[in-house]
Design a protein around this ligand. Structure first.
Ligand SMILES: Nc1ncnc2c1ncn2[C@@H]1O[C@H](COP(=O)(O)OP(=O)(O)OP(=O)(O)O)[C@@H](O)[C@H]1O
Length: 505
C-alpha cells in the first residue's frame, strides 16, 4: 500500500511516472507543481493525489493491483486533460503574443502580397526561392509586368515553406503553402487544387505593422496598375478573376471620327462626375453604351481605350459560358466595384435563338435574368455598361431601350479618311511631306474593308510603307472577290454606314 500510495513523493517521484511528467508539456509540469505540497508522504495524509486514490481504494476495499491501475488511469486522464487544455492554453498564448495576416489565393489581395514579396530584398537573397514568369492565383496566370520590356518578365518569390525576414526592423515570418506540398487541407479539397495560402506573422499584440504591410502591398500593386487597364473575367465559380492587364491604349490609336471619340469621352466623364445629379432626381446612376456594327471595326478596342482614358478597370462577362446562370450573373454584376466598365461582348450571340415571346437563350441565362442583372436592384450603381454586337437587328428592343442603353455608336468599315490615318499611325516615322498615306488611301475602296482587315494587310509590310502602297492593288483584287461572295446584303449595308453616334435617345 505504501509503495503504491506513497503520495507525490511516492508515485510522482517513481522513475516511471516522472518520465511521463517530464514528457508532458510545460503546462502539465507546472500544474503538477501547483498541487499542494505533500510534506508527509504517508497513507494517512491525503495531501496528494496518490494518497487520495489510496484512501478511496481502501474504502472501496479493492486490492493493490487494482489501486495501481486506478492511479495510472487517473494520471493518464489528467495528462490527457492537460494536453487538451494545454493546446488551448498555447493557442491563447499565441493569440496574446503573435499577430498573423492570412492571404488566400482566391482573393485579389493575394496578388498584392505576391507582388510585394517579389520586391522584398529577402526574395532575392533566400536560398529557397521559386521563379515564375507570372504570379499564379487560383489557377489564373498574372504575367510579370512593369519590367524591362526587352526581357521576359520574371518574379522571384520565397519558395513554399517558412521564411524569416525583417520588415521595418521587426522580425516577421512567412509560411507559404501550396497544395501537394505543405498544405494537407488543400490537398484534401481537390475542388480547388490550385489554392495557395500565405501567412505573415510577427510578435506583438498590435496589428499595426501587418496592416501597414498590407496597405503598402496594395498601394504598390495599384500604382503598378495606374498605367494599365486591368481586365477581370468571371471564373467557373462565379467570382471575378483578374485575367490580364494591358498598358492603356491611347485613344489616339483608335481611328474613328474625332467627334465620336470626343463626345463619348465627354459623356462618360460627365456621367462619372454627376452622381448627385442622378440621386437628386431618383434616376439610377448607370450609363449604358451599345457599340454595334461591322466586325473588326474597333468596338472592343474603343472600350479598352475609353477605360484607359477614364482610369477604370474592365469586367468582362462571357454570356455564352455554359456554367453561367441567372444567379451567378446577378451575383457577379452586383459584385463589381462602383466605378468600372462592365463589358458584355457579342451580346447577340448569347441570345441569337431568341424570338419574340421566347425567354430562353442558348446558354443557362434567361433573358429576364440578363435584364435583371443589368438594371435590377442588385445592379451596381456608378458602372458603365458597354455592349458590343455585330447584329443590332437581332437584339430585343427591351435589351437596348433607353435607360439600359443611353448611347448607341455605330462602327462601319474603313473610309478613305480612316485608311489614311491608319497608314500614318502605322508608319509614324514617315516624313511629313510623304505622299504615301494619300496614295494608299486613294486605292482603298470606300467602306469595303474593315479596319482590322487593313491593319492585317499593313502588318505584312511592317517596315516597308512604299512596298505596302505598291502591293495594295493586288491585295484588294484578291480580297474583293472573297468579300463579294461572303457578305450578305444587310452586312454590306451596315458596313457602308459611317462610324457615328446614333442619336436616337
Ligand atoms: N477603328 C480602328 N482603329 C484602330 N484599330 C482598329 C480599328 N478597328 C479595328 N482595329 C484593329 O483591329 C483589331 C480588331 O479590332 P476590335 O476587336 O476592336 O474590333 P471589333 O469591332 O470589336 O471586332 P468584333 O466585332 O469582331 O469583335 C484590333 O487589333 C484593332 O487594333
Amino acid at each position: 500500500m505504501n509503495r503504491l500510495t506513497g503520495g507525490g513523493g511516492s508515485f510522482l517521484a517513481s522513475p516511471y511516472v516522472y518520465h511521463i511528467a517530464k514528457n508532458a508539456n510545460a503546462v502539465s509540469v507546472r500544474n503538477y507543481a501547483s498541487l499542494p505540497p505533500s510534506s508527509s508522504p504517508s497513507s494517512d495524509s491525503p495531501g496528494t493525489l496518490g494518497a487520495i486514490i489510496g484512501v478511496i481504494a481502501e474504502k472501496l476495499g479493492i486490492g493493490e493491483l487494482a489501486t495501481g491501475g486506478l492511479q495510472l488511469a487517473v494520471i493518464g486522464g489528467a495528462l490527457a486533460g492537460f494536453r487538451y487544455f494545454g493546446g488551448y492554453f498555447l493557442e491563447f498564448l499565441k493569440k496574446k503574443t503573435i499577430v498573423t495576416a492570412d492571404f488566400d489565393s482566391r482573393d485579389e489581395s493575394y496578388s498584392w502580397i505576391l507582388n510585394w514579396l517579389s520586391e522584398q530584398p529577402y526574395s532575392h537573397r533566400t536560398s529557397r526561392f521559386s521563379v515564375s514568369t507570372s504570379i499564379l492565383r487560383a489557377g489564373q496566370r498574372l504575367p510579370g509586368e512593369g519590367l524591362d520590356a526587352n526581357l521576359p518578365p520574371v518574379y522571384f518569390l520565397p519558395a513554399p515553406g517558412m521564411h524569416f525576414f525583417t520588415y521595418k526592423k521587426r522580425l516577421v515570418w512567412m509560411t507559404r503553402e501550396r497544395p501537394g506540398t505543405s498544405s494537407p487541407a488543400a490537398a484534401v479539397t481537390n475542388s480547388n487544387a490550385m489554392l495557395e495560402r500565405i501567412q505573415i506573422s510577427t510578435f506583438g499584440q498590435s496589428r499595426a505593422l501587418l496592416q501597414n504591410l498590407v496597405y503598402e502591398a496594395q498601394r504598390k500593386f495599384i500604382d503598378r496598375d495606374k498605367s494599365r487597364t486591368v481586365v477581370f473575367a468571371a471564373d467557373q465559380y462565379g467570382a471575378w478573376r483578374r485575367t490580364r492587364s494591358r498598358l492603356k491604349r491611347p485613344l489616339s490609336t483608335i481611328v474613328i471620327p474625332e467627334n465620336v471619340k470626343i463626345k463619348m469621352v465627354e459623356d462618360a466623364k460627365d456621367f462619372l462626375s454627376q452622381e448627385h445629379w442622378y440621386s437628386d432626381r431618383g434616376i439610377p446612376y448607370r450609363r449604358g453604351y451599345l457599340l454595334f456594327g461591322t466586325p473588326g471595326s474597333g468596338k472592343t478596342s474603343f472600350v479598352y481605350s475609353l477605360a484607359g482614358e477614364l482610369g477604370l478597370n474592365i469586367y468582362v462577362v462571357n454570356l455564352s459560358n455554359k456554367s453561367m446562370t441567372d444567379d451567378t450573373l446577378n451575383e457577379l454584376v452586383s459584385d463589381t466595384p462602383s466605378r468600372c466598365i462592365l463589358l458584355l461582348e457579342d451580346i447577340d450571340a448569347a441570345f441569337n435563338q431568341r424570338v419574340k415571346g421566347d425567354t430562353t437563350s442558348a446558354n443557362n441565362i434567361t433573358f429576364s435574368g440578363l435584364l435583371n442583372a443589368i438594371d435590377g436592384v442588385a445592379a451596381q450603381e456608378g458602372r458603365i455598361l458597354c455592349m458590343t454586337t455585330n447584329h443590332i437587328e437581332r437584339l430585343d428592343d427591351a435589351l437596348i431601350r433607353p435607360g439600359r442603353i443611353d448611347v448607341r455608336v455605330h462602327f462601319g468599315n474603313a473610309t478613305r479618311r480612316q485608311a489614311h490615318e491608319l497608314f500614318t499611325k502605322f508608319y509614324p516615322n514617315l516624313p511629313e511631306q510623304s505622299d504615301l498615306p494619300s496614295l494608299f488611301a486613294a486605292k482603298i475602296p470606300e467602306d469595303l474593308f474593315s479596319m482590322a482587315h487593313l491593319q492585317g494587310f499593313l502588318m505584312g509590310h511592317k517596315q516597308r510603307p512604299a512596298e505596302a502602297v505598291k502591293c495594295v492593288d493586288d491585295w484588294i483584287a484578291s480580297h474583293k472577290q472573297g468579300k463579294a461572295d461572303g457578305t450578305t446584303e444587310s452586312e454590306a449595308e451596315d458596313a457602308a454606314l459611317p462610324t457615328q453616334i446614333v442619336k436616337d435617345l
